[in-house]
Design a protein around this ligand. Structure first.
Ligand code: FAD
Length: 403
């Protein structure tokens, strides 16, 4: 750094686009890069381009609060997120990059009898799927996190559902690791290249118009997260998705005092502590549709209030930064990995506020679908037509909070 980065070898190339690729992926976020990586590594498809309108990591992959977990209830979701968890557990060895995978646990607090019953049911479902889940009573929570407000009369902490294998991962390292792994196998990662149109002939996509000119393709795979509706619209596809902003917050550095991820079950707040000491926390989405990567102050206040209701000592902490990302909110809270009615057009979208934890499985299953035209067995329920058929995977409340 002191030498102005002189002598550093870039981790991936900066190629100019070729006229044609077998597969073009729109969006160089976590999911687009992971898809390119598994297409090349696992399925041997290397004539691939990832087109990213900004710089790598400029989207949600570099903006999330880094939480991973697989504490889902429904059979359509649970095996998929558990596949992701297993991939996280071997990821750093797999792509030979330090992503600071930290399985420090994710604890969902409950505050009423009804919530306790719902969490118990979810914990049992997790165990039936072979996922780790532990039930903590009030005293076990107190022992673990004595600084929570146990005297709160309105929202008494009654206990929590813990997934010990959940935790955090350094988000931008995930983008860099996948990018380097894909690039070294021949994938062209082209940044500063916005897709502005989708060209098709006889019902087949033939390529994309971009700010770097037309690029032809055999298959087109969308992975544009918060901009999914805008990009799909270019192919005449209307999605059951709305875009909303979600904000994140970081405090000044403090001595280590939270060694897990905690979610408040009675308000919009969740928190972990980064290895640098900052509290990393967030709450609910801003309540209006937007494609802007910034949120409003009312939500900042709302999240701070919920945080103080759970951890009163937060009143003494200074907050350093807040930022926003654009969420692709699906109507049932679950994602879509599917083909579309256009033969060679594929869709990966609807990640809501929980797509970071899905990055490895999403990339793997999407690559499987693109390579074989068959959904991966763990992603069979994540179909686009479930909304038309009335087979929603309604799981937006899991974990009580965004993360
Ligand atoms: P992105 O990184 O947004 O990638 C999409 C890319 O597509 C962008 O880089 C964008 O520039 C590009 N793009 C869009 N349009 C075009 C175009 N026309 N041409 C070319 N490129 C285009 N999830 C969790 O699991 N745990 C969490 O703790 C968590 N916390 C979150 C906190 C916040 C504040 C936010 C904003 C999100 C959080 N999420 C979390 C959600 C998670 O970050 C997202 O669901 C996930 O990152 C989305 O997938 P992605 O990484 O591919 O998205």
């Amino acid at each position: 750094g002191l030498r102005g980065n002189a002598g550093w070898t870039p981790a991936w190339r900066q190629p100019e686009p070729k006229p044609h690729y077998d597969v073009i992926i729109v969006g160089g976020g976590g999911h687009g890069l992971a898809t390119a990586y598994y297409l090349a590594k696992t399925f041997g498809i290397t004539n691939v381009a990832v087109l990213e309108k900004g710089y790598l990591g400029s989207g949600n992959i570099g903006r999330n609060t880094t939480i991973i977990r697989s504490n889902y209830l429904l059979p359509g979701n649970n095996p998929f997120y558990e596949l992701s968890m297993k991939l996280w557990e071997g990821l750093e060895q797999d792509f030979n990059f330090n992503a600071m995978v930290s399985q420090r646990g994710v604890l969902n607090l409950f505050h009423s009898d009804a919530q306790r019953d719902a969490y118990t049911r979810r914990g049992n479902a997790m165990r039936l799927h072979g996922v780790d889940a532990e039930f903590l009573d009030r005293e076990a929570v107190r022992k673990k996190l004595p600084f929570l407000d146990f005297d709160n009369a309105r929202f008494p902490i009654m206990g929590g559902l813990l997934q010990p294998r959940g935790g955090t991962v350094r988000h931008d390292a995930v983008a860099w690791g996948y990018a380097r792994g894909a690039d070294s196998r021949g994938v062209d990662i082209i940044t500063g290249c916005e897709v502005t149109g989708i060209r098709s002939e006889n019902g087949r996509v033939t390529g994309v118009e971009t700010t770097k000119g037309f690029i032809g393709c055999g298959k087109l795979a969308l992975a544009a997260a918060g901009n999914s509706t805008v990009v799909a619209d270019m192919a005449g596809l209307r999605l059951p998705i709305e875009s909303h902003v979600l904000q994140a917050f970081v405090s000044e550095g403090l001595k280590p005092f939270i060694d897990t991820v905690v979610t408040f079950g009675a308000g919009h707040f969740y928190v972990s502590q980064s290895d640098k000491g900052g509290l990393v926390f967030g709450g609910d989405i801003d309540g209006y549709n937007s494609y802007a990567q910034r949120g409003n102050l009312a939500t900042v206040e709302h999240v701070a209030e919920a945080g103080v209701a759970l951890i009163p000592s937060l009143t003494r902490v200074r907050y350093l930064r807040t930022w926003g990302g654009v969420m692709d909110m699906s109507m049932d809270g679950s994602p879509i990995i599917d083909r579309t009615h256009i033969d060679n057009l594929y869709l990966n979208a609807g990640w809501c506020y929980g797509g970071f934890k899905a990055t490895p499985a999403s990339g793997y299953c999407y690559a499987h679908l693109i390579a074989r035209n068959e959904p991966h067995e763990t992603a069979r329920e994540l179909r686009l037509d479930r909304f038309r058929r009335g087979y929603q995977l309604d799981e937006k409340g899991v974990g009580a909070q965004p993360n």
